[in-house]
Design a protein around this ligand. Sequence first.
Ligand code: TSB
Ligand code: ZN
Length: 582
Amino acid sequence: MINIKENERLNTLNHSCAHLLAQAVKHLYKDAKFWVGPVIEEGFYYDIDLNGHTLTEEDLENISKEMKKIAKDGKRIYREELSREEALEKFKDDPYKIDIINELPDGEIISCYTQGDFTDLCRGPHVDSTKECKNFKLLKFSGSYYKGDSKNKVLQRIYGVCFDNKEDLENHLKELEEAAMRDHRKIGKELDIFMNDDLVGKGMPLWLPNGALIRKELENYIYKKEKAMGYSHVYTPCVGTVDLYKTSGHWDHYKENMFPAMKVDDEEFVLRPMNCPHHMLVYKNSLHSYRELPIRIGEFATDFRYEASGAVKGLERVRCMCQNDAHLFVTKEQIGSEFKNVVKLILDVYKDFGIKDYKFRLSLRDPKDKEKYFDDDEMWNNAEDKLREVLNSLGVEYFEAIGEAAFYGPKLDVEVKPAVGPEVTLSTCQLDFLLPKRFELSYIDKDGTKKTPVVLHRAIFGTFDRFTAFLLEETKGALPLWLSPVQINIIPVNNEYHLEYAEEIYEKLKDKFRVSLDKKDEKLSYKMRESQIKKIPYTLILGDKEKEEKTISYRKYSSKETESLTLEEFIKKLEDQISRND
Ligand code: TSB
Ligand code: ZN
């Protein structure tokens, strides 16, 4: 989907359309006050104070009509430059604009743009006439805090998008519609994957039986891979004391992402936002020699993070999540080879899931800004070179983000694009020079001296939550056979004549696969459609012919063809397919 912000022409056009929106709002709501109306990837929005009025769909339609009227009239848009005093005078009735003017640095050119009876403070540039903005669509509205601060007043935010011609707009709206159809929140509801309830809390999804089956399969899948790679898995509590997080440094540097502490007897606990501290203690539980390294501690670990309520989104961004986490304890010399193993695992997993559209981002330190980073030049240079070397040797395409490394080390993230909204990180691998020091971890080296290991934090799926959200969108809910909550749906053509045979087949399949038997007294066509809507990979249709010949007929999801096989052949076919993670 086109990124409006990055397209110069569309950026200007959408910016002008935001002014058109403000003008229309001013016509309809005389005491409206305006905050900011920036261009974003998806188009534009404007934050408006409507003096206590909360917008409705009907309001949006009226605003849209008024915008059309103004655009048709086609007033010229012209620019004017002002002194600070003139600007303060011109916008004296607009407290939000006064605020913006006061925050502008000295010497900055202050400009405003006028179209007909409306003037807005703005840097520009703009298109020449409101006429150019006529191919727009107002998309949605929501509440938004002034300056994004929840202590401030709630403003009304209206979103829209604008194109140069009708055709482009229509194509874009079609794309948006298709994206909305792929949205995992919609699919998750339709396929009974997960639910939310305010009684449990925002960003705290409940995984329903279908979702739980998918998650269990994902756990089994990655557990098997990790085990083969020498990982040891642990279970640790999803709380820790404040002291634990003071030791790790999270209390000082990550507190705003954490739930507040709770007191129990004489201990003070936090819900953990990360599992690293627990795993550091697991490592520290025994003495280690260089011979044992790398040591790989894995866990499917539940974490809690404070995410802004406006940011939580289905399973993609939650406040309670389960990471496919591991911490790898390595010697300095092992950084390269262990990092390589992680990248290979990521590539391997993505191949299995058919994930092709992703970007590797290598976050490095900004060597000019050394204060921002853990102080060990040699360690940084050595590690960053190793990471690059590994990526190059694997022929992986990546981009470097200078200055984006964490304080404690460089990292590699994999970014993917959800159906709706900005890119998110799926897999991650982060080097850490600091945490092992903070926990005073050590191993005995070849020469008998005590050394500090380096830690690699890594999560291949990221979290089961986000990965499942992504998979649902990639597959549009039609998951591969091995992951489908229901793999086979059996439909007797006529309950009266064929149910007994259907039950017999069901009994033979149910221990090998996840099977449902549709006994409802409905028409065959209705039941077949239902099987399609639920995106079940195989639908068995059992009637006279199958009963007599002792065969089964099946239809694959989204296929129009019906095929027939003996039961044994069918079982073999599905077992083969599952073993290929297909
Ligand atoms: C990899 N300590 C490391 C760990 O050892 C860590 O926590 N890294 S993280 O902060 O990047 O989180 C790991 C992964 O969790 C991210 O890559 C992302 O895929 C996923 N994630 C992060 N926040 C959320 C969230 N709010 N909802 C769902 N998944 C999330
Ligand atoms: Zn970690």
